[in-house]
Design a protein around this ligand. Sequence first.
Ligand code: PRP
Ligand code: ZN
Ligand code: MG
Length: 219
Amino acid sequence: MEGTERLRLAVQKTGRLSEKSLEIIAGCGISFGSDSRLLKEHARNFPLEFLFVRDDDIPAYVRDGVADIGIVGRNELDERCPDDLEIVRDLGFAQCRLSVAVPRDFPYGGLQWLAGKRIATSYPNILGRILEERGVTAKICYLSGSVEIAPAAGIADAICDLVSSGTTLLMNGLREVEPLYSSTAVMVSRQGFMSEASPRQVILERLLLRIDSVIRAKS
Ligand code: PRP
Ligand code: ZN
Ligand code: MG
C-alpha cells in the first residue's frame, strides 16, 4: 500500500474546462465521485486529491503551493503568473482565442483604429503586451466578467475577450475583428516541482505516463 501522500490537483469547478479536465483524469483509469458540490475530494484508486475552484484562481493556488498541479487555460496562466509556473503538458482541449470585437455595425480598419479607444477586457496583461508590441496605445478597462456588455453599456468602444464558438459575441451584437492570441488547456506545476524528486513529484510522473497515453489515443 502506498503512503498517505497525495498529489493535489486544482480543476475548474464549473465552466468550459471542467468536464474535459475530469474526462482526461477518468480516461487515466482513475475513479472519483461525481458530486461537484464537494470542493475537495480524493480519487479512489490513485493518490490524487481534487480541489474544485474557479479557473481564474488556479495559477495562484499552484504558485502558492495550495495545489501541486492545475488544469487551466494557457490564457489564465499567461495573464496571471507565467514566471512562477511551468507547463508540464499541453492537454490540447478547450481551444479558444483572445480576440478584439467591436459593435456589429462599427467600421473597423485594423488595430490602429483602436488607438485612443477604450477596450474592456479580463486580460489586461496579455492585451497590454500585444498592443505595446504592435505600437498601439489604447485605454484598457479591466472587467472581471461580462465583458461583452461593455460597448452597449457605454463603458468601452471595443472588447477583448475569449472566443470559442463565437455565440457569446453574436448574442451581444459584437463582431470579432482581430484574433490576437490562441489558447488551449495546459497542466501546470510550480517552477521546479518536476525536478524535486519528492513523493508527489513521483506521483505526477505516474499520472503523466497515463495522461500521455490518453492524449495519444485521442490523436
Ligand atoms: C469565455 C468568454 C465568453 C465565452 C465565449 O468565458 O469570456 O464569455 O467564453 O465562448 P463562446 O465563443 O463559445 O460563446 P470562460 O469560459 O473563460 O468563462 P469565465 O469568463 O467565466 O472564466
Ligand atoms: Zn475564467
Ligand atoms: Mg466569460
